[in-house]
Ligand binder design. Structure first.
Ligand SMILES: [Zn+2]
Length: 52
């Protein structure tokens, strides 16, 4: 049973079914604003390093 590593959506903390597509999930389950906020916080964290 070589299960493929399932994709994990960081926005809703849900695993995406292997036969589903993360991009599809993001587009249809999340608003662009949600995605932008997630990306922004992620990049800001990178900029700041571990100083949180
Ligand atoms: Zn999601």
């Amino acid at each position: 049973m070589a299960t493929r590593s399932s994709i994990y959506c960081r926005l809703c903390n849900e695993t995406i079914a292997p036969d589903d597509d993360l991009e599809h999930h993001l587009v249809y389950s999340h608003k662009p604003r949600e995605l932008a906020m997630e990306l922004a916080s992620e990049w800001e964290t990178e900029e700041l390093g571990d100083a949180v």
